[in-house]
Design a protein. Structure first.
Length: 107
């Protein structure tokens, strides 16, 4: 996406819109993945959630920039209550790695 280009708003498919964070509840890996994809689509609405694979690199394959990553980390903190220190950002570089990391933090 060209620098300064605007991303168009996109409707998030229902399967990715579940409110998965609830006090005291243990989240499944599928719920964590859904929450991650939902927030990813909010940050980058031009992405098609059906075409995001578990090993897509957020920067290289999905073309997120550093500000997108910061917004994603912030959104995940708000949604899941998980703080991700900057040193751990590389552990979120793909959806699969992010789910592993978040599952460990929520575990």
């Amino acid at each position: 996406m060209a620098l300064g280009a605007r991303r168009r708003a996109r409707t998030i498919p229902t399967q990715y819109r579940r409110n998965t964070a609830s006090a005291g509840a243990t989240m499944t890996r599928d719920e964590i993945r859904s929450a991650f994809i939902e927030e990813l689509i909010r940050i980058a609405p031009d992405l098609d959630p059906d075409n995001i694979s578990g090993d897509d690199h957020l920067l290289d394959d999905l073309e997120l920039d550093s500000m997108d990553i910061l917004n994603l980390v912030s959104a995940l903190h708000e949604k899941l209550g998980v703080s991700v220190p900057e040193l751990d950002y590389p552990r979120l570089e793909t959806p699969d790695k992010a789910v592993d990391y978040l599952a460990g933090k929520l575990g």
